[in-house]
Write a protein that binds this ligand. Structure first.
Ligand SMILES: *Cc1c(COP(=O)(O)O)cnc(C)c1O
Length: 416
């Protein structure tokens, strides 16, 4: 079973003070996950997690992760700016973008971020718009399909990201001649993997590639970036990844492939987003209406603008009714108020009988939750709250008000 990290009583205190809907993050859980990750990779000198800012772009969350020794992985101008304001700089920032505008490259260079080039063609572009730094990373795309055993995990061939092996080798040669001193290799080949084998298999492929590339180009390889893709069990029947086992799996590949050829100083980097934060966020919402037609509908005060994953990917998010967690059940569709029929958090799900006014929590919204939000139907972005380690609760982003929505309209046929 999936249990929320907060009691009914405590949550009732919070909802008495802060109107729903809001995302509530668990500081204790965030810190524990960050520590477990660092423990899992403690065998590697120089290991660093660059938290994928896009997953949870909130300064308080970024500060907590900073205190735990993490850097940030940015992919846009605003993510870079936010990271700078929170106090990240230089090698604490990874810039893994694609189709990158010139001014984003320039800001990344100004901040001293490590740039992870997505395309061979980006070398000339970077040289022209921002200059070539001394440390650089290149993103690899092996093509074909990425398999674990007999399971096809994803299809890199169809992914717009990264460069071919031939391009990567040529890129390293070119970059060396224009002054790059230290190199990194990056790849992200599958998403939300629920297996302890993803990172070890990816590592094995990248380590073998690294050996080949160093032999051919004689560059100084500084790091290998395993990027994101380690998943979380959204469904109660799925088993959580064991990060210690994952770390050991990567270590084994490292000792078999890199150590023997004198590459035993290469640092391992990660850019996890989902694994770090998803389980440590809940979308807290109340039941506004109950409707009976061909189906039973539970209408919430939250909608897809607060959590897009179910509408966009049909993603499963577990739901707990805090006021009626068990008892007799009914089959319902749990919906928001948007004028779009995909605005459903659950379709034909068996839940304990729900009443108007009940508080529901939607689980695992800590990553790619608030951040994928939008304002369709003039629905405003919700607040974000932090459940602190000592049990206190504080607002870490206020909810939007109509003035926020109108701010870009004043002066354009719109009177104040
Ligand atoms: C999205 C992304 C990540 C994070 O992925 P998760 O699945 O959230 O861990 C890391 N690196 C890059 C380049 C990404 O685009």
């Amino acid at each position: 079973m999936k249990e929320p990290y907060i009691s009914r009583e405590k949550l009732a205190e919070i909802t008495a003070q802060f109107p729903t809907p809001f995302h509530l993050y668990d500081e204790k859980g965030i810190r524990e996950t960050a520590r477990a990750l660092h423990e899992a990779f403690s065998w590697n000198q120089g290991f660093k997690e660059y938290f994928a800012v896009k997953a949870t772009p909130n300064p308080t969350i970024l500060k907590i992760l900073k205190e735990e020794g993490c850097g940030v992985d940015c992919a846009s101008y605003v993510e870079l700016l936010m990271s700078q304001k929170v106090g990240f700089s230089d090698s604490d920032i990874m810039f893994s973008s694609n189709d990158t505008p010139a001014k984003e490259m320039q800001l990344a260079r100004e901040l001293g971020a490590t740039i992870n080039l997505d395309a061979y063609e980006d070398i000339a572009f970077l040289q022209e718009v921002a200059g070539i730094p001394e440390v650089i990373s290149c993103r690899y795309n092996p093509g074909g399909v990425f398999e674990l055993g007999t399971d096809i995990m994803d299809s890199p061939e169809e992914a717009k990201f990264g460069m071919t092996k031939a391009q990567l080798i040529q890129a390293f040669k070119d970059l060396k001649t224009v002054g790059v001193k230290k190199f990194g290799i990056h790849a992200l080949l599958a998403s939300n993997t629920i297996t302890n084998c993803y990172y070890p298999e990816l590592a094995r492929q990248l380590f073998e590639l690294a050996v080949e590339i160093v032999a051919e180009t004689d560059v100084e390889l500084d790091f290998i970036n395993l990027s994101g893709g380690v998943g979380v069990p959204y469904h109660p029947e799925e088993k959580a990844n064991d990060i210690l086992a994952i770390g050991q799996g990567v270590r084994q590949a490292y000792e078999e492939i890199l150590d023997p050829v004198g590459l035993g100083k290469v640092k391992i980097f990660t850019e996890l987003g989902r694994f770090m934060l998803a389980p440590h966020g809940l979308l807290v919402t109340k039941v506004l209406h109950k409707k009976q037609t061909y189906r039973t509908y539970i209408g919430l005060d939250a909608s897809a603008v607060n959590l897009l994953r179910p509408a966009m990917y049909g993603a499963y998010h577990h739901i707990t009714n805090m006021d009626h967690p068990d008892g007799q059940t009914e089959i319902v569709d749990v919906v928001g108020s948007l004028c779009e029929n995909n605005d459903k958090f659950a379709i034909q799900r068996e839940l304990p009988i729900t009443n108007i006014g009940d508080t529901l929590v939607i689980h695992d919204t800590g990553a790619h939750g608030f951040s994928m939000g939008y304002q369709y139907n003039g629905k405003l972005r919700s607040a974000e709250l932090l459940l602190e380690e000592d049990g206190g609760v504080r607002l870490i982003r206020r909810a939007e008000i109509p003035e926020d929505y109108f701010a870009t309209l004043y002066g354009f046929d719109f009177e104040k």
